[in-house]
Design a binder for this molecule. Structure first.
Ligand code: ZN
Length: 361
C-alpha cells in the first residue's frame, strides 16, 4: 500500500458548483460520460457536472507498464478493455470498487513518459484534457467511447463562465541526498491524551498519527532517515519527545497537530505552522505551510508564526509545529476525517521538508 501511494502523482481537482446547472445528478451511474484518446496523445474526458476527478500515475513494475488512471464517482455498468497500439498497451474501463469508475491507460514498458510535465486542465464545467505523450508516427487513434448513455446538455456549458478552468500541476517530491538527513516526526498527544476532539468525535491523536506515519513512509522512500516519537497510542510527555530528537541529533523536528477552536466554532478553519527561533526554523515552517495550503483549498492561511510551544522551544535543531486544520471547523473536519485528505497532507508536509532539506541541507 505504501509503495503504491508513493509512486503515484495525485491531484484532487475540485469542481465548483455552478448555480445555473441544469443537469440533475444521476447517482447510480458513472460521472465519466465520455473519453477520447487522440492521435496527438491528448486524452479528453467529459464528465457529468460537478464531478470530482482523482488522477494517478504509477511507474512500471514487473507486472504492469507505466499506468495513468483517473477515478470517478459513480459505478460503471460494463467494464471493458481496449487493445492499444503504439505507446499504448491497453485501455481499461473498470470498477475498482463499488460505486466507482476507473479509466486506466497502460503504456508499453519501454515507453518514456514525462509525468512531471503533465497537467490536467479543466476546460469547462465538465470537460478535461491532458497531454500524455507525443506519439511516434506509428500511433493510430485508439478509441473513444461513451461510458454510459449521455446525460447533460453540452450547449449549457458554452454559457458557463470558465470558472473551473483550473490548471493543476502534477508534482513530485524533490530529491535529496540519500542517507544524509535524519528527521524526527512528532505526532502530537497520544494514549490517555487524545488532543482536540472535533465534529463527530474525530480525535486529534488518531489524525496526526496517521498523517505522521505516511510522512515517515514518504521521506523514507526518498532516502531520509525518519524516527517517530510515537508509533501508537501511548502516553508520551513532552520532555522525552524533545530529548529523543536532541539525543539522536536530528536535522529537523516536525510536530504534527490538529486544531480546535474555543467554543468549537464550526466557522473557524485554517492551517498554521509555528517555529520558535532561527531563519532555518522559519524557512522550514514556510515551506511546509505553503504545501499544506495547496492541498487544502478554501481553508484559510493562518500563517507562519513564532510560537513558544515546549517541543519547538527546547529542541536544538530547526523545529516546527504544524496545525493541519481545525477538527472543530466544518470545512477542515470533513476533510480530516478522510484518509485521502490525510495522505494529501502527509505528502504536502513531506514535500515541504524535502524542499527545505534540498535547499539548506
Ligand atoms: Zn495538539
Amino acid at each position: 500500500m505504501l509503495k503504491f501511494f508513493v509512486n503515484k502523482l495525485f491531484r484532487y481537482l475540485p469542481v465548483v458548483l455552478l448555480l445555473n446547472s441544469v443537469i440533475p445528478p444521476v447517482r447510480s451511474s458513472s460521472a465519466l460520460a465520455a473519453w477520447e484518446l487522440k492521435t496527438n496523445g491528448v486524452l479528453e474526458l467529459r464528465t457529468k457536472s460537478n464531478a470530482n476527478l482523482n488522477a494517478y500515475f504509477q511507474k512500471a513494475n514487473q507486472i504492469y507498464g507505466d499506468r495513468f488512471w483517473v477515478d470517478f464517482h459513480g459505478e460503471l455498468k460494463n467494464p471493458r478493455k481496449i487493445k492499444g497500439n503504439g505507446a499504448i498497451k491497453e485501455i481499461r474501463l473498470g470498477k475498482p470498487n463499488k460505486g466507482k469508475t476507473r479509466l486506466v491507460i497502460e503504456f508499453k514498458k519501454e515507453t518514456y513518459l514525462t509525468p512531471l510535465k503533465w497537467r490536467m486542465v479543466g476546460l469547462d464545467q465538465n470537460r478535461w484534457r491532458i497531454k500524455l505523450f507525443t506519439p511516434k508516427s506509428s500511433f493510430k487513434k485508439i478509441g473513444e467511447g461513451l461510458v454510459e448513455k449521455r446525460v447533460g446538455n453540452i450547449k449549457q456549458n458554452q454559457n458557463s463562465i470558465y470558472r473551473n478552468k483550473s490548471v493543476n500541476n502534477f508534482s513530485q517530491l524533490p530529491n535529496v541526498r540519500q542517507n544524509r538527513f535524519s528527521v524526527v516526526i512528532d505526532p502530537g498527544h497520544g494514549g490517555p491524551d487524545p488532543g482536540a476532539i472535533g465534529i463527530g468525535g474525530i480525535r486529534e491523536t488518531d489524525v496526526v498519527l496517521e498523517v505522521s506515519k505516511i510522512v515517515k513512509q514518504l521521506l523514507t522512500e526518498k532516502g531520509v532517515k525518519v524516527k517517530l516519537t510515537r508509533k501508537n497510542e501511548i502516553d508520551l510527555d513532552l520532555p522525552p519527545r524533545v530529548s529523543f530528537a536532541n539525543n539522536i541529533d536530528a536535522d529537523i523536528f516536525v510536530s504534527i497537530h490538529a486544531n480546535a477552536s474555543r467554543g468549537k466554532r464550526r466557522d473557524i478553519n485554517g492551517l498554521e505552522t509555528f517555529y520558535f527561533r532561527g531563519w532555518r526554523g522559519r524557512l522550514l515552517a514556510k515551506r511546509i505551510q505553503r504545501q499544506i495550503l495547496r492541498v487544502s483549498p478554501g481553508s484559510p492561511d493562518r500563517g507562519v508564526k513564532q510560537g513558544r510551544f515546549y517541543v519547538i522551544k527546547n529542541t536544538r535543531m530547526p523545529a516546527v509545529l504544524v496545525e493541519i486544520g481545525f477538527l472543530t471547523g466544518r470545512l477542515d473536519a470533513r476533510r480530516l476525517e478522510k484518509t485521502t485528505h490525510r495522505k494529501r497532507l502527509a505528502y504536502a508536509i513531506a514535500k515541504g521538508i524535502l524542499e527545505y532539506l534540498s535547499k539548506v541541507g
